[in-house]
Design a binder for this molecule. Structure first.
Ligand code: ADP
Ligand code: S3P
Ligand code: MG
Length: 166
């Protein structure tokens, strides 16, 4: 079976929802951020600090492009839409699900952005990052899920039924 690939802004719920979605669908679960950390033997925020944005994105692209799995829910990192090879591969081998949330919801959830290690250009604000990324998430998505006003269980069920209706 095709993989289910979750995309969206950091804190949208890709990692949290991904694992419960995998249980409900009887799929495996993989968080590609953790594969990056394991390969590099370093935390995401330290990789970004040491290698810079372009260096981090090159690693993110390679790791996600090289994932060999099927029947797996894959939680990607928020910056995956800058990784062209990986996105092309996911589009061919998976169903890409964009968890869409309003800017205000993302802002409220994000809390300590530095601890998470989000891929920001110098001087970029969260708002400009959001505006830059949203069209890219929409462009790549096979399915767009509005996650507003849903708890984790409701969001997971909405994604599961959208996949099953395809
Ligand atoms: N309805 C919801 N769905 C998913 N996560 C939610 C929801 N409401 C609040 N949260 C919180 O938002 C955060 C989502 O984080 P995470 O799953 O790591 O997102 P991502 O992997 O997309 O960056 C968690 O702290 C989670 O508890
Ligand atoms: O959006 C981003 O720039 C990033 C999001 C993170 O993943 P989550 O989206 O799971 O938080 C992680 O991949 C990396 O630190 C960069
Ligand atoms: Mg995550």
């Amino acid at each position: 079976m095709k993989n289910i690939v979750l995309i969206g802004m950091p804190s949208a719920g890709k990692s949290t929802i991904g694992i419960i979605l995998a249980k409900v669908l009887g799929y495996k679960f993989l968080d590609s951020d953790l594969v990056i950390q394991e390969q590099e033997q370093a935390l995401l925020k330290d990789i970004i600090e040491e290698k810079g944005l372009e260096g981090f994105l090159a690693i993110e692209n390679q790791v996600n492009r090289d994932i060999q799995t099927e029947s797996t829910v894959i939680a990607t990192g928020g910056s995956i839409i800058y990784c062209l090879d990986a996105m092309e591969k996911f589009r061919d081998t998976g169903i890409i699900v964009y968890i869409k949330l309003k800017y205000e919801t993302i802002k409220n959830r994000l809390g300590n952005i530095k601890q998470r290690g989000v891929v920001f250009q110098d001087g970029q604000t969260l708002k400009s990052l959001y505006n830059e990324r949203c069209p890219l998430y929409e462009e790549y998505a096979h399915i767009i899920i509005d996650g507003e006003n849903l708890d984790q269980e409701e969001l997971m069920e909405k994604i599961a039924s959208a996949i099953q209706c395809r």
